[in-house]
Design a binder for this molecule. Sequence first.
Ligand SMILES: Nc1ncnc2c1ncn2[C@@H]1O[C@H](COP(=O)(O)OP(=O)(O)OP(=O)(O)O)[C@@H](O)[C@H]1O
Ligand SMILES: O=C(O)[C@H](O)CO
Length: 341
Amino acid sequence: LLPAPIPPITLEEKQTLTKLLAARGATIQELNTIRKALSQLKGGGLAQAAYPAQVVSLILSDVVGDPVEVIASGPTVASDHNVQDCLHIFDRYGLRAALPCSVKTVLAQADSDPRGPHTCGHVLNVIIGSNILALAEAQQQAEVLGYRAVVLSAAMQGDVKSMAHFYGLLAQVAGAYLTPPRAGASVEDEQLHELAAELQLPDMQLKEVLESIAGARGPVCLLAGGEPTVQLQGTGKGGRNQELALRVGAELGRRTLGPVDVLFLSGGTDGKDGPTEAAGAWVMPELVSQATTEGLDVATFLAHNDSHTFFCHFQGGAHLLYTGLTGTNVMDVHLLFLQPR
Ligand SMILES: Nc1ncnc2c1ncn2[C@@H]1O[C@H](COP(=O)(O)OP(=O)(O)OP(=O)(O)O)[C@@H](O)[C@H]1O
Ligand SMILES: O=C(O)[C@H](O)CO
């Protein structure tokens, strides 16, 4: 929404490069390192343009960890990246050879820019909205509805396949904690901790969370938030949240969940998941078997990144979450509901 490519880079060139990086699974940190290097306003450029006026920047964070220099590519935050960082990113995603001459020109100039990075001493950056706030509000609503609600993390990130595997495992382990007698730590417990480490989930106290729900007799809601990455292979229609939900549905169908009803929902807080009108979707363990009776093969839809098409067909679209555009964007919210039978 704030494009100002450094001439001679055109907006189309910048858009093409960004789309190529996103489709190849670049993280938002990598994407915005590139955007900053190619922009007059990002990476502190907007604050520079306002100098010497005092600047107060009110920020809605849609990046894990709320790093102000990455959010919207930090228009009011001095950039701490250099040309080498950009070249490494282009090499990592095989794009160096395809760079337009205009991008090479701008990067070469940046290296020798006598001005150095923008100064932002005249700026106050304030985060006024974040995933943590959204999860806290959702937790409060869940408690009002009678759930034991526990927030796991606002830092869910990594590949969507690994994240779906984590939630499938979490449902199995949490379900076992809800339906005693528990015979101590299980193999799944260890797998869960290994996967949490693999997803680099810094603020998740899994052991404490699981023990806190062990005594629950009623329904439980585990909340988490963040943003998985999807490496697009197919040409289907979908979004991070719908793909995560469909993959979790497949995982739940493969697991022994015991006498517990399970439901998983993933939704984008901006109300729009990928290029679709849905905000996300919700699934239950029976999804794959029910889809099969409708002649829908989940694995095929996933192979084509076609989660939206799947959910449009499955049970007449009843599992799609529509909220309309919310006017904010603090990443995605993941809800795992468990109800002992
Ligand atoms: N067919 C698809 N299946 C799964 N994920 C997809 C598909 N098409 C796009 N995506 C993912 O959707 C994301 C882009 O959608 P969206 O605009 O909702 O993201 P966003 O992070 O909310 O963007 P912004 O924060 O700029 O609004 C990308 O991460 C992309 O990998
Ligand atoms: O706009 C962007 O750069 C992403 O949404 C991260 O803030």
